[in-house]
Write a protein that binds this ligand. Sequence first.
Ligand code: ZN
Length: 277
Amino acid sequence: MKAKALKDLSRCAVHTITTKPWPIETAIERYVEAGFGGITVWRDTLKNRDIAKVGKHITDSGMKTAALVRSGFFAYETPDERAKAFADNRLAIKEADMLGAPMVVLVCGAKPGQSLETSRDQIKEGIEAILPHAEAHNVKLAIEPLHPMYADDRSAINTLESANEMAEHFDSEYVGVAVDVYHLWWDPNLKREILRCGKNGNLLAFHVCDWKTPTEDLLLDRGLMGEGCIRIREIRSWVEQAGFKGFNEVEIFSSKYWNQNQDDWLQQIKEAYLKHV
Ligand code: ZN
C-alpha cells in the first residue's frame, strides 16, 4: 500500500536548523506565510530569548510546535560530565514546557574509545534520571537512533530496533522514538521495526530529508527530499500504517542550502514536500 501525495503543508513542520541563517522570529513568520502547519525549534535559536514569548508567537501565528531539539548526550567519562548531562537535559525539558513543545528529541550520545555497551548503559541511566522531570512537565522524550556512521561520537543507538528496545525497557508514555529517514532508510528491518514501534505506542516523531550520492560531508550535506535515494513516501506509508498521525518534519543540515537565499530555499522545500513525501 503506497501512501498518497499530501495535498497541503498542514501536517508539515520545518526544523529551524533547516533555515539556519534565520533567527527564530523570521523562521516563524516565513513558515506561516508559506503555509506550514508546524515548527520544530532548535535550542540554539532560543538563546537570549524569552522562551514563553517565542511559544506565544508560534501559537498566535496559528502554527504548532512539533518538538524541541535537542538534548541527550548522556555518555560520559567523568562524574562531572554525568552531572552536566543530567542538568542540561532537565533544562531542555523545562524549556520545552515554557515553549509549549510536547517533546524533546534525544540524541543519545557516544564517546570515542568507550564501548557502545557502556554508552548504552549510561543512556539508560540518563533517561531514568530525567524521566520524573519529563513527567512533571508533561514533556515526552523521543529517542532518535542515528546512522551508524555516528556511532563513534554522537549516538550509541543506531538502529530502530535498538531504540525500540530502549523505549520498551521504560514502558512509559513519556518515552518513545523519533524515526528519521536519513538515519534508518538502509535498514532491512525498517518496516518491521516501524510497525513494532507504533504497536507499542512509541512512535513519537517522523523526520524527512534525503541521502545524496555522493555525500560530501557526513554531517552537513543532507539532501532535499527527492534529491537522493530514500523512498520517503514508502516509509511514510509504513509510519502511517503504524498509526502515526503527527507531523512530517523536514530536517535538513546543509551548508550548501544555508548559503542560498533562504526564501527560495523554503519554496524548494515546499515543492519537494508535496512531490516526494
Ligand atoms: Zn532527525
